[in-house]
Design a protein around this ligand. Structure first.
Ligand SMILES: *Cc1c(COP(=O)(O)O)cnc(C)c1O
Length: 391
């Protein structure tokens, strides 16, 4: 069909530059080892931090929910698609997060779009870290609010922005809790103190911290002891929680407001019963099996130390997200391909997801990996890097 020649040209260009990527289907369940192109490899690219994607309790909960309530809901939440299990899960989530209320949306992405587009008008301003997630950036694009971008985790620059925006009605400072490409943690205590000083609201997107940081995986707010001082926590149910979805944990006012004004909430169908039941079971798992989080961190320390001993540049990571920074985009992808040949699945990530010249193979270990898996992976990193002259 004619009409897409201009798109094809751009794709051809990407092929030439070595940055065109095909999707890579898994032929097995997600796990510490997966089958790809018929080959059993160590998985180091999933967000399945705790291995919950196939936790028996969650699978069982999903199966029972399907049998009792069916495969889908048939409506958006605000018309006929709210099941009692949706509301029960939100109450459970709010209690878990130590907040007054919670509201679940279709995805973390949709949650950021909903919140930012709903609560900010041209009388307000949003102040955002330059390395915030794409869903925050796109959420900001949907508002008529003023916008200020501060340098990554730079508190002087944030204070400057707060000083310069005192005439706005509401000022919302928004940050990732854990930055997804570098694995560093936002300086949340300092951010909260500055926001209290300048009377601004704080919003934290804890996608990579939910299930990873804080007591039982409650996130960065709990990790820093800031319960009650952060206005909006956004979390995802799609990463460590192992299923699908996003949520806000905040006040009843914000929950009620988003039910009326959060466009993705209003105009997109609610989660199927299996999703909600599995997410709800995941909260029980977080409460009952804290050893999973301990194992995750134990594995993280082992793997990070191993990479650093081999001489790799892992940047400023403080969490299970550990980038192996290569630099050149094409070389990054070659390294990823070589790792695959050597038995490890670790995807290369390059511009525009990260800055030009900052290409990296991003690794995330999980609680499911054994020390043997991780040692085998480290051996593959060493071998692959030597074969390509990287180390
Ligand atoms: C992954 C991610 C999201 C999106 O979450 P989904 O539930 O996958 O849509 C939002 N924010 C951040 C910081 C993320 O890393």
């Amino acid at each position: 069909m004619k009409g897409f020649e201009y798109l094809q040209e751009e794709l051809d260009q990407m092929q030439e530059e070595g940055v065109f990527r095909n999707l890579i289907p898994l032929e097995s369940a997600q796990g510490s080892r997966v089958t790809i192109k018929g080959k059993n490899v160590i998985q180091l690219s999933s967000n399945n931090y705790l291995g919950l994607t196939d936790h028996p309790k969650m699978k069982q909960a999903a199966i029972e929910a399907v049998e009792k309530y069916g495969a889908g809901t048939g409506s958006v939440r605000t018309i006929a698609g709210t099941l009692s299990m949706h509301e029960q899960f939100e109450e459970k989530l709010a209690e878990f997060k130590h907040t007054e209320a919670a509201l679940v949306l279709q995805s973390g992405f949709a949650t950021n779009q909903a919140v930012l587009s709903a609560i900010l008008t041209k009388e307000d301003v949003v102040i955002s870290d330059e390395l915030n997630h794409a869903s925050i950036i796109d959420g900001i694009r949907l508002t008529k609010a003023g916008r200020r971008i501060y340098k990554h985790t730079d508190m002087e620059d944030l204070e400057k922005a707060l000083k310069e925006t005192q005439d706005y009605r509401t000022r919302l400072v928004v940050t990732d809790g854990v930055f997804s490409m570098d694995g560093n943690i936002a300086p949340l205590t300092e951010i909260v103190e500055l926001c209290e000083k300048y009377n601004a609201l704080v919003m934290v997107d804890d996608a990579h911290a939910s299930g990873v940081l804080g007591a039982n995986g409650r996130g960065t707010v709990d990790h820093f002891g800031l319960n009650g001082r952060v206005h909006i926590q956004v979390g995802t149910l799609s990463k460590a929680i192992g299923v699908l979805g996003g949520y806000i944990a905040s006040t009843k006012t914000l929950r009620d407001y988003l039910i009326h004004k959060g466009r993705p909430f209003l105009f997109s169908t609610s989660h199927p019963p299996a999703v909600t039941a599995a997410c709800s079971a995941a909260i029980d798992v977080l409460l009952e099996e804290p050893e999973l989080i301990e194992k995750l961190w134990d594995n993280t320390k082992f793997f990070k130390a191993g990479l650093e001993d081999l001489g790799f540049d892992t940047g400023i990571s403080e969490t299970p997200v550990t980038p192996v920074i290569i630099g050149d985009e094409a070389l990054t992808h070659k390294f990823s391909d070589k790792l695959f040949e050597n038995g490890v699945f670790a995807q290369g990530i390059a511009f525009p997801t990260v800055a030009k010249g900052k290409g990296r193979v991003r690794t995330i270990v999980t609680a499911q990996h054994s020390k043997e898996d991780l040692q085998e992976a480290l051996n593959a990193f060493e071998k692959s890097a030597k074969e390509l002259g990287i180390l």
